[in-house]
Design a protein around this ligand. Structure first.
Ligand code: ATP
Ligand code: MG
Length: 222
């Protein structure tokens, strides 16, 4: 798949702990599993996904993600080169909409993915993130946005949550990440659920479905 155009996906949320790093790393693992080349860029000064990957050298190097830490300014300067290097570039961002790195991510992204933990508080605070993305989309024809339910407790979203999701203008992905030990566990070994083997089969299926939904949002035929 190398030689394609380097699609840039930014994982954005104002809310700390919504699952930006988790989603970015699992997405990286999912693209890797479909044999696409992927770079994971850590724009969070907390260096979360960077530290995560640093603890990974014990793992099979075939499954290891290429994670790079940089500032928003470096991202802007290097984006064309990064795009020529990989099929997908996944950006993990800090939990602030006004942070220069978040701004830089939105300036270069084709798709902003907003993880939201279903529940009234998170859903309402996510409306502010959505407003920012919609505003950016008015200035950039390249940018699209979507909502990803994360830490979903039951297989089906509860009807009151579904009602709240209707408040969003951006599409809510037909994919979700459930609340699963496998996601937290893979973080401990510095990897995605694809490195946990058959025991994480359900989580792997979920991430594959997420990758498919993301590719559809990017306008790729899947
Ligand atoms: N789907 C999930 N299932 C189980 N645990 C999850 C899931 N998503 C996130 N978590 C856990 O929730 C915590 C916060 O997730 P994560 O670090 O990805 O959030 P974040 O948005 O990157 O946070 P920050 O804003 O601090 O960077 C972590 O301990 C992570 O393992
Ligand atoms: Mg994080």
């Amino acid at each position: 798949m190398s030689g394609s155009s380097g699609r840039v996906i930014a994982v954005i949320s104002q809310k700390g702990g919504a699952g930006k790093t988790t989603v970015a790393v699992q997405l990286g693992g999912g693209f890797h599993a479909m044999r696409a080349s992927v770079l994971l860029i850590d724009l969070d000064p907390q260096e979360s996904s960077f530290r995560w990957a640093e603890s990974a050298p014990l793992l099979d190097s075939d499954l290891q993600l290429d994670v790079r830490k940089m500032s928003g300014l470096e991202l802007i300067k290097q984006i064309a080169a990064l795009q020529s290097e990989a099929d997908y570039i996944v950006l993990d961002t800090p939990p602030s909409l006004t942070h220069p790195s978040t701004m830089a991510a939105l300036a270069v992204a084709h798709l902003a993915v907003i993880p939201v933990v279903p529940g009234p508080t998170d859903l309402w605070s996510t409306l502010a993130v959505e407003r920012l993305i919609l505003n950016r989309m008015e200035h950039s024809h390249r940018l699209h946005g979507c909502i990803l339910p994360n830490r979903v407790q039951n297989t089906a979203l509860a009807s009151d949550v579904l009602d709240l999701l209707k408040e969003f203008t951006l599409p809510v992905l037909d994919a979700q990440l459930s609340q699963r030990n496998a996601y937290a566990q893979s973080a401990v070994v510095g990897a995605s659920v694809f490195q946990l083997g058959a025991s994480a089969d359900a989580a792997q299926q979920e991430v594959r479905k997420l990758v498919k939904a993301i590719r559809e949002q990017l306008g790729e035929t899947v």
